[in-house]
Design a protein around this ligand. Structure first.
Ligand SMILES: *[C@@H]1O[C@H](CO)[C@@H](O)[C@H](O)[C@H]1NC(C)=O
Ligand SMILES: *[C@@H]1O[C@H](CO)[C@@H](O)[C@H](O)[C@H]1NC(C)=O
Ligand SMILES: *[C@@H]1O[C@H](CO)[C@@H](O)[C@H](O)[C@H]1NC(C)=O
Ligand SMILES: *[C@@H]1O[C@H](CO)[C@@H](O)[C@H](O)[C@H]1NC(C)=O
Length: 458
């Protein structure tokens, strides 16, 4: 045997030994795995260039919100509070002058989707009674701040409604309406409805769902288009398939189903259940043959090794949002997919066999112990998401709402600035030029930019 071959075999063996073992039936095993994965994720966070700005990642802003959301779930499910200070610090630092997660440093080039992820993080904190700090706005009021900031952006100039992807006319995505922005606001509204029982949120959730359902963003066949354009009056469609688009509508519908049970005469319970079941069915595509139809994969980018950093986080949301949803919908609706999450969690642990310590995770879980050669914060987040999902059944209760133990106070006027204006503020030509350049630089890192980035996807 050549020395080269011996070395290769040794590496493979070492990798197998070093991967993270996950027993999905054992809470302690899951907690240990989650702690290892979360610790490596925070190592990346602490090593960033922009570490003097709490919650701000290098070259991306939205991922801070999604990382904190995932860590809040982790704290709730494991009781490990070692990251809580960092979570609070980052969330409050980025809350913006108007308590709506639209901080002026970045607001000139943000999309609705970027903002809503922070709103969903605050919502998660409220629903799980994550500790609040004295003198800071409540988590739920911050989530309401995002709602109040986005509703005035509902665009009636084309397609009969819908939220644009991006907020400013000089941004590339301004003329698009996309699934994650609309699905994100839908989910936020649904969760606020269940938490506060304020019917305004439920009405908006239903309105966003129904509008989406009139476009390719939420087809009657339950296939979700990523994007559609105002120019074509939302008849056209960019059809890259992404796990997180499905997840945002599915889990929002879960909260609405639970809410609708309080108002049986409205008769929408079956509507939401039908949506959840239909979308879970079309999500079968994310469990490809290569993983025995049990291991989740972002099929548009993983098989061709083209996932950008945004896309590497998408499985986090699909797994953890559906995991938490399983607590509030009939168990037979989620039992099959929760079983697949167990298989995915085991495979994800095996994929954590890279880096110098042999515990850094790759992103292609379908490859199991054959490490895909990549490491990063996003890979860690994704694995933490599926471990969270599999830990959910061990949680005694939750998500909380104002009637069953949720302590975070609602403020329906959260986020409204003193002048009462909740829409985007006017900007100067100077801002516009500066922001245009920033957009040009940053747009390639942005959530929805993905549509154009995938070469060779379907
Ligand atoms: C905005 O930028 C300034 C200057 O870099 C920084 O000190 C501050 O922390 C930033 N604020 C946020 C919310 O990121
Ligand atoms: C029930 O349906 C009516 C009519 O569609 C609507 O106005 C009302 O807000 C709904 N109630 C709740 C609590 O969602
Ligand atoms: C779940 O169970 C209910 C009641 O037995 C049934 O009507 C429904 O079709 C089931 N749903 C799924 C997705 O299996
Ligand atoms: C319900 O929410 C709406 C929209 O934010 C707000 O205007 C209204 O005051 C809220 N109602 C109650 C009873 O809090």
């Amino acid at each position: 045997m050549s020395r080269w071959l011996t070395t290769l075999l040794t590496c493979l063996l070492v990798q197998n030994v070093l991967a993270i073992d996950v027993n999905p039936e054992d809470e302690t095993s899951l907690k240990n795995a989650a702690k290892t994965v979360a610790t490596t994720m925070i190592d990346f966070y602490n090593a960033r260039d922009s570490k003097d700005i709490p919650g701000k990642f290098d070259e991306t802003w939205w991922e801070g919100g999604s990382m904190f959301m995932t860590l809040i779930q982790y704290w709730y499910l494991t009781g490990d509070s070692q990251f809580n200070d960092a979570i609070q610090e980052g969330m409050y630092w980025q809350k913006g002058d108007d308590n709506d997660f639209f901080p002026s440093n970045y607001s000139q080039y943000l999309g609705n989707d970027d903002q809503v992820f922070w709103g969903l993080a605050a919502m998660t904190a409220g629903e799980l009674n994550f500790p609040e700090r004295e003198g800071e706005p409540s988590w739920i009021s911050l989530a309401e701040g995002v709602f109040n900031g986005q509703i005035p952006r509902w665009d009636m100039t084309a397609c009969g409604g819908g939220l644009r992807w991006q907020i400013w006319p000089y941004q590339d995505g301004y003329n698009l309406k996309n699934a994650i922005s609309n699905g994100g606001l839908f989910q936020l509204s649904a969760r606020l409805a269940l938490y506060t029982k304020n019917a305004t949120y439920a009405e908006w959730a239903e309105k966003i769902w129904d509008w989406s359902h009139s476009t390719p963003l939420l087809r009657k066949t339950w296939v979700i288009a990523d994007t559609t354009t105002n120019a074509a009056n939302c008849k056209d469609h960019g059809d890259h398939q992404w796990t997180y688009n499905y997840a945002t509508y599915i889990s929002g519908a879960g909260y609405m189903h639970n809410y609708a049970r309080l108002f049986p005469t409205n008769g929408t319970e079956s509507k939401w259940l039908e949506g959840i079941t239909g979308l879970i069915k079309t999500s079968d595509q994310f469990f490809p043959e290569s993983g025995g139809k049990q291991i989740i994969s972002d099929i548009t980018c993983e098989p061709i090794n083209k996932c950008d950093r945004n896309q590497k986080t998408f499985k986090t949301y699909f797994t953890s949002w559906l995991g938490f949803m399983s607590l509030i919908v009939p168990s037979n609706v989620t039992s099959e997919i929760m079983g697949k999450f167990k298989a995915s969690a085991v495979a994800a642990g095996q994929q954590c066999s890279g880096g110098s310590d042999g515990k850094h995770c790759g992103i292609r879980w379908t490859k199991k112990s054959e490490w895909d050669g990549t490491i990063g914060l996003e890979q860690q987040m994704s694995v933490l998401g599926v471990l969270n999902a599999v830990l959910v059944p061990f949680a005694a209760e939750g998500p909380y709402n104002a009637d069953n133990g949720g302590k975070s106070k609602s403020d329906p006027h959260g986020g409204s600035n003193p002048e009462g204006s909740v829409g985007p503020e006017p900007i100067t030509t100077g801002d516009r030029v500066g922001a245009g350049i920033l957009t040009a630089i940053f747009v390639i890192f942005w959530v929805g930019a993905i549509s154009w980035m995938v070469v060779g996807g379907k």
